[in-house]
Design a binder for this molecule. Structure first.
Ligand code: F6P
Length: 548
């Protein structure tokens, strides 16, 4: 892969950044009445307005050139056709095949991907129909009322984010709960009100080696068998989703209760597979299918649209522009729709686990800033918490504002208030208010000169803070599928442009390894230790202050 900094487009972007850093969006808007038309795109379920970024036509053209020079279309083709682009793990990257209606000829590791996917979808449908209709019975012959998904990271965030977002569409045939934390406080609180006779557990883990998930699964099994006095109850109350059938079976899960995962699906892109089982159980298979359809629609758009009109490509380029060229360090995800309250947590894993890296595909140190840290919260809550920082800190945080035109739960007067804030915030972040305006306003309010002199500098908002506005028609399974796939493909393009392998996650391994050693030292105080003085003293303090 050619070094990024030597590309003509990269060098031009560096030059443009020097100019654009001193350009205010207010001027860009006042010089061009067509800015919205030029810098917005529409899909069937959502609109993207990216005109409130510090770009002009020349910047955009050069960014598009960058996408071309870095071979985005070749890499896109490689991904969709099942090439092993996850280089460091020697795997294909085919989460797109999970939602494709055209994957019949895709062969990976001698297996027909389309057939594998179809078989699992049929199994998801049959199983979710059986459980939801009350035909799946627990050990004492009672129907299942509650489903507990045990999994962490990609085996938790996707399904939980989606079932939270689509709660409104649930008919409450079953209640779905999620256990991800190995802190016993979570599983104890979730199981406390539940009746073991009526609970179905999904142990969701691609590797089936994740410590947190394995411990939680064993605790859940003990809870069940303590009530049923029967080991066989596990067959009626536990299913697994995994690429490691052997480990699932040795935990005691029946072979027929295991749903497949594959090496070619990364954990953080896996909600479209049987990892999404809680979605089908909560909302019904039809809703799950709509989610897949929405994502497939976006994939088609990504494959077929020229870069100039390609939403994930544009979003990726803007992120690279704001971060690598203009120097932003973080990016906020600010949903205004209550239903999307888990979106920023979901995108944190999707983007940061994918692209939070500092060597190229070839293992060379990267000299430019790669991706920003992702954080966020529901916009309205954020307004009363951290928006002060967004408006006036000397650290510019580009932000994605996500809202919908129609509320799924309309309550008189609420939605307009919500959306008024949604529109006002991006406007305020862009326009700001200068000292002259502040002074004129205070003067008009009859304030004294002394007061004005004192307070004016504090009231200045410099503005010029980049935002993208993503306006959905309404949150439903299809539009949500499109939105999630949009971010997935954006992350893919970002990785290609930055020269990063987006599909591995070696950075999570070091801590896991150390934790395994330290766990033994916590269980046995006399176990030999060889730590730095900080870690050693912390462990000593832990032992000497332990209550039991
Ligand atoms: O530790 C990180 C990670 O491997 C994620 O990439 C993954 O989504 C999560 O852990 C859970 O992994 P698994 O599904 O194998 O339990």
């Amino acid at each position: 892969m050619a070094s990024r900094n030597t590309l003509a487009s990269w060098q031009k972007l560096n030059e443009l950044a020097q100019r654009m850093k001193h350009t205010h969006m207010n001027d860009l808007f006042s010089h061009d009445n067509n800015r919205f038309d030029k810098f917005s795109l529409e899909l069937p379920s959502l609109l993207l307005d990216y005109s409130k970024n510090i770009i002009d036509q020349e910047t955009l053209d050069t960014l598009i050139l960058l996408a071309k020079e870095t071979g985005v279309s070749t890499w896109r083709e490689k991904m969709f056709s099942g090439e092993r682009i996850n280089k460091t793990e020697n795997r294909a990257v085919l989460h797109t095949a999970l939602r494709s209606s055209n994957n019949d000829n895709l062969i990976v590791d001698g297996e027909n991907v389309g057939e594998c996917v179809k078989a699992q979808l049929a199994k998801i449908k049959a199983f979710s129909d059986t459980v939801r209709s009350g035909k799946w019975l627990g050990y004492s012959g009672k129907r299942i009322t509650d489903v507990v998904n045990i999994g962490v990271g990609g085996s938790n965030l996707g399904p939980q984010m989606v079932t939270e977002a689509l709660k409104h569409y649930s008919d409450n045939s079953v209640n779905v709960h999620y256990v991800s934390n190995v802190d016993g406080a979570q599983i104890v609180e979730i199981l406390r009100p539940l009746d073991p006779q009526k609970v179905l557990f999904i142990v969701s883990s691609k590797t089936f080696t994740t410590t947190e998930t394995m411990i939680n699964a064993k605790t859940a099994m003990n809870w069940l068998t303590a009530a049923s006095f029967d080991q066989n109850a596990i067959g009626k109350h536990f299913v697994a989703v995994t690429a490691n059938k052997e480990n699932a079976m040795s935990l005691g899960i029946k072979q027929s209760n295991i749903f497949d995962m594959w090496d070619w699906v990364g954990g953080r892109f896996s909600l479209w597979s049987a990892i999404g089982l809680p979605i089908a159980l909560d909302l019904g298979y039809q809703q799950f299918e709509l989610l897949l359809q929405g994502a497939e629609e976006l994939d088609k758009h990504f494959v077929e649209s020229p870069f100039e009109q390609n939403m994930p490509v544009i979003l990726a380029l803007l992120s690279v522009w704001n971060t690598t060229f203009l120097g932003a360090k973080s990016q906020a995800i600010l949903p205004y729709d209550q239903t999307l309250h888990m979106l920023s947590a979901y995108l944190q894993q999707a983007e940061m686990e994918s692209n939070g890296k500092s060597v190229t595909w070839d293992g060379e140190e990267i000299s430019y800033t790669t991706v920003p840290s992702i954080w966020g919260e529901l916009g309205i809550n954020g307004q009363h918490a951290f928006y002060q920082y967004l408006h006036q800190s000397n650290n510019v945080v580009p932000a994605d504002f996500i809202g919908s035109i129609a509320s799924v739960t309309p309550v008189k007067g609420h939605h307009e208030t919500l959306m008024a804030n949604f529109f006002a915030q991006t406007q305020a972040l862009m326009t700001g208010v200068n000292e002259q305006q502040v002074r004129a306003d205070l003067k008009a309010k009859g304030r004294t000169d002394a007061y004005i002199n004192m307070v004016a500098p504090h009231k200045v908002h410099k503005g010029n803070r980049p935002t993208n506005t993503l306006l959905l028609k309404q949150i439903d399974a299809k539009s949500l599928g499109t939105l999630i796939a949009l971010y997935e493909q954006k992350i893919f393009v970002q990785g290609i442009i930055l020269g990063i392998c987006s599909f591995d996650q070696w950075g999570v391994e070091l801590g896991k390894g150390l934790a395994a050693t330290i766990q033994q030292q916590l269980e046995n105080e006399h176990q030999e230790r060889n730590h730095d003085s900080s870690t050693e003293q912390l462990i000593r303090y832990y032992h000497s202050n332990k209550l039991n």
